[in-house]
Every structure is written in C-alpha cells, then in structure tokens.
Design a protein around this ligand. Structure first.
Ligand code: UD1
Ligand code: CA
Length: 466
C-alpha cells in the first residue's frame, strides 16, 4: 500500500512519572511505540515516520533495534521534534523533514498500542484517490475524561474536536464520542493546510484535531469512523492505563491461542507477547510468561512458574519452573523444576537440565543429562553423557572464560569440578568429588581427589579419651 504512517512519539508523558520516554514503556514485553509501528507495517504502510523528541535517544535506539531495515516490510525512520509544541506541530515537523506531500498519510498517536492493522488499512482507504480529505477514529470509552470530544453536526458528520481542557462543563458532560488519536489525511491537503493550525487554546499547543475544522472550512470532506470495541481506542497516559491495556492485550492474545488449540489452565495467569508462536496441543500451566520471539512446539508442556524469552522449544518438551533466555530446547528435552537456561544454552533432542541447574552458552548433546544442582558454562557436551549431581564447569578464572568439552557417553561423578579449559574424552568415567584440571583421554578413569585412608580402631580409641 502506498501510504505513509506518521507515529507521534515525542511527548513528555509526564503522567507516567518515569525517567523513560512514555512510548518506551512496554506492554507484554514490547515497547508501546513498536506496537503502533508494527500495526502500521502490518497494515501495509510502506513508510513509517516516527516523531521523536522527549528522550529521543532512548526511542531512537529501540526503533533501530526493532527495525533494522531488512526484516520489515516498509522503511521506519525517526524525525526529531526539538520543541514539543503539540501534535499538529509534530506532524508539521515530520512533513517538512521528509517532504511528504502526497498519498494517504495515516497519523497515529504513539500511545495508542492496541490499534489494529485492519483499522489502519481501512483508514488509509478512506482518503485514497481523494475520496475524503481526512478521517478520524472515534470511540466511546466508559470514562471519556482526558480525551478530545467530537462535536457532531445535525446530520451526524463531524464539526470539530474539542480537547477536554477546552470543553465547557456542559460539553464535557454531553459529548461522549472521543477522538482515539488515529487519523488519515490526503497528503497534499495535509501539507497544504497544516500551517493553519493555531495555538490559541487552554494548553497553548498546536492541536492536530483542529485539522478537522480547518479542512472542513476549505470545503473538504472529513469523516469519522467509530470503532465498535472501545478498547481499540484507549490511550496510555498513566501507569494505571498501561496496566489496563496490558490486560486487554493479554486477553486478546490468549483468546487467539486458545482458538488455535492451545490449552491454558487459567488464561488470566498466562502472559504471552504478541510475536510468540505456539503450536496446537501445547499445555500452558499457571504463571507462565512467554516473551519476544519465543516459539513452542506441539505437545510441549510449559509451567507452572516459567518465563521464556526469545527461546525455541521443540515438540513434546516438558519445561517446568524454568527461566530461559535466548535458549534452545529441542524435541523431547526436559528442564526443571527450577532450571535456568541462559543465552545460547542448547538442550539437544531428549536432553535434560534438571533441578537447580544453570546452563549458559553450552550444548547438552542428544539424550545427555544434567539432572541436579549443576552449573554448566561454555561447555560442549556430547551425546548420552551423564553429569552427576553438583557437577560444575569452572569456566571463569577471574579474568577470562574458558571452554570445557565432554565426549559422547562420558559419566561424570557427583560433585566434580571441571576446571576449564579442559577436555573429558568420550566414554570416560570421572570419580565423584574430583577436581579435574587436566584432559582425560577417551575411555579412561579420571580421578582428582585425595586417596581415602583408614586408621583401624581410631574412632573407638578417640571416644575413650573423652
Ligand atoms: C490526544 C488528542 C486527543 C485524543 C487523545 C487520544 C491532541 C491535541 N489531542 O490527547 O484529542 O483524544 O490524544 O489518546 O492531539 N506528541 C508529540 N509531540 C507533541 C505532543 C505530543 O509527538 O508536541 C505525541 C505524544 O508523544 C503522544 C501523542 O502525540 O504519543 C499524543 O499526545 P498526548 O499529549 O498524549 O495527547 P492527549 O492529551 O492524550
Ligand atoms: Ca495521550
């Protein structure tokens, strides 16, 4: 679609009482502004211009991290609004910086995270080919306080929008239809008339909603489109609204997965990010948080009390009380209860990371087991290996990290310290309680501990002296 989206993200967000930009606050693990940009891209907008200003370094950084130019359908760029003089001023800055003066232009408040791609697409359509000069998304929230109010003419068309702070008490009480902060404009008319917006109002700001009256004054048609589900139009100005919208997002995402064949014992206790993929017949137990680009394969059971971020889980896995970040759990692997898989932890098919086991940047080969109380870091473990309880790879010498390799079929006795760099050959047996500082050849017994001694009768004699 040959449409531009301008996302307004320069405001101060004072009501959030935060050191972060308002639009950087996350809903289900994703910054608010990215929800809006994603919706614009999904709608087919081929150019997205984000207006940044307040804490612009932070917003620029998260935009750069999320849209690297290769992975998304359109281009996403930032434009600086150095002085925040209002939403119309922000649009003007964007138009001047980009030279956009034609085609459908959709303007979206950056604090409107639940706006849908379908709505944006439909909106761009209303101004395409000069059918209308503008369109405004309206809604009727249970509490309209704070929103711009839509004043309708006798024929039901929009007259103008009056900000809450400019409303008389009567207008505030009577005008219940609100402006959601999603607009579409004919780009040529927008560019031609944006300079006519004044700031003679309660806040001394250039209000974008004033474009309605201005375009109508030029004899142009401006339409309103009412969204049926008022929750689509809710904006975030406070932490309470952020929490409220996170719940709405959670309910919608969970409903989608339930409909697609995912079991949840209690959907109210499952938090799934918007980009997570879950196969049918997955079972999610209470207190599960799945974030980022996490994927869960068929017949896997996750939870209770598990938090997976950017983690790939294969089919038929059991992930019990586990925290995993950028980890990979292949088909049939199991982890937990109380496992911690850190970035680049890879459990191959049928492998196990058991109770109180931490794994970092290591591969645990097919069918290998790390069942109890272990730390495995910077290690490559072959197939069919068993690490006894309490085995630890001592990968850090205080200055550098060193690797450990353990060959196929090795058996490492409990409470062994593998002091890296060290290689344990295939099929080795390491005696329990060893401190292994040198390589052990394939098939050998490795022992690194004091030899046991026995003094006959010592204990009895000792007792008698007391
Ligand atoms: C705005 C609308 C109001 C609408 C409501 C919907 C105006 C004047 N009012 O009010 O009619 O009901 O959204 O939620 O537009 N921003 C900039 N630069 C600025 C000022 C704001 O980029 O100079 C951005 C903010 O970061 C924010 C968005 O524009 O993402 C809206 O600004 P905000 O101050 O939240 O406007 P509201 O008072 O909520
Ligand atoms: Ca707002």
């Amino acid at each position: 679609m040959d449409a531009t989206a301008i996302v307004l993200a320069a405001g101060a967000g004072t009501r959030m009482k935060s050191k972060h930009a308002k639009v950087a606050h996350k809903i289900l693990g994703k910054p608010m502004v990215c929800w809006v940009v994603d919706a614009a891209l999904a709608a087919g907008c081929n150019r997205v211009v984000v207006v940044v200003g307040n804490r612009s370094d932070e917003v620029r950084a998260l935009i750069a991290a999320a849209y690297d130019g290769t992975s998304c359908a359109g281009t996403v760029e930032c434009v600086e609004q150095t002085e925040r003089l209002g939403t119309a001023h922000a649009v003007r800055v964007a138009l001047e910086a980009t030279g956009i003066d034609a085609g459908p232009v959709v303007v979206l408040n950056g604090d409107l995270p639940l706006i849908g791609a379908d709505t944006i697409r439909a909106f761009a359509g209303t101004v395409e080919g000069g059918a209308n000069a503008g369109a405004v998304l309206t809604f009727t929230p249970p509490d309209p306080f704070g929103y711009g109010r839509v004043e309708l003419a006798a024929d039901g068309s929009v007259n103008r929008i009056i900000e809450q702070k400019d409303c008389t008490p009567e207008q505030a009480a009577e005008l219940l239809e609100c402006n959601a902060g999603c607009y579409a404009f004919d780009g040529a008319l927008l560019a031609a008339h944006i300079g006519e917006v004044g700031n003679d109002n309660a806040q001394g700001e250039y209000y974008l909603p004033d474009m309605v009256e201005i375009l109508k004054g030029h004899g142009e048609s401006v339409v309103i489109s009412h969204c049926e589900d008022y929750r689509d139009g809710l904006g975030v100005n406070s932490r309470a609204q952020l929490a409220e919208l996170a719940c709405v997002a959670r309910e919608r995402i969970n409903a989608r997965h339930l409909a697609a064949g995912v079991t949840m014992w209690d959907p109210a206790q499952v938090w799934i990010g918007p980009d997570v993929e879950i196969a049918p017949d997955v079972e999610l137990l209470p207190q599960v948080i799945l974030m980022g680009a996490t994927r869960i394969g068929e017949d896997s059971v996750v939870g209770p009390n598990s938090r997976l971020t950017d983690t790939m889980v294969g089919t038929g896995c059991v992930v019990d009380e586990t925290v995993a970040v950028e980890a990979q759990i292949d088909d049939g692997a199991t982890c937990g209860p109380r496992a911690y898989l850190r970035p680049a932890a890879h459990l191959c098919e049928g492998a196990k990371a058991g109770t109180h086991v931490e794994i970092k940047k290591s591969t645990v080969g097919r069918g290998s087991k790390v069942p109890h109380l272990s730390y495995v870091g910077d290690a490559t473990i072959g197939e069919g290996v068993n690490l006894g309880a309490g085995t630890i790879t001592c990968n850090y010498d205080g200055a550098k990290k060193w690797p450990t390799t353990i060959g196929d079929g090795a058996f490492v006795g409990s409470s062994t310290m593998l002091v890296a760099p060290v290689n344990v050959g295939a099929g080795c047996v390491i005696g329990a309680g060893s401190v292994i500082t040198e390589d052990v050849s394939a098939g050998a017994l490795g022992l690194g501990r004091a030899r046991q001694t026995e003094i006959p009768g010592w204990a009895d004699a000792h007792k008698k002296t007391k």
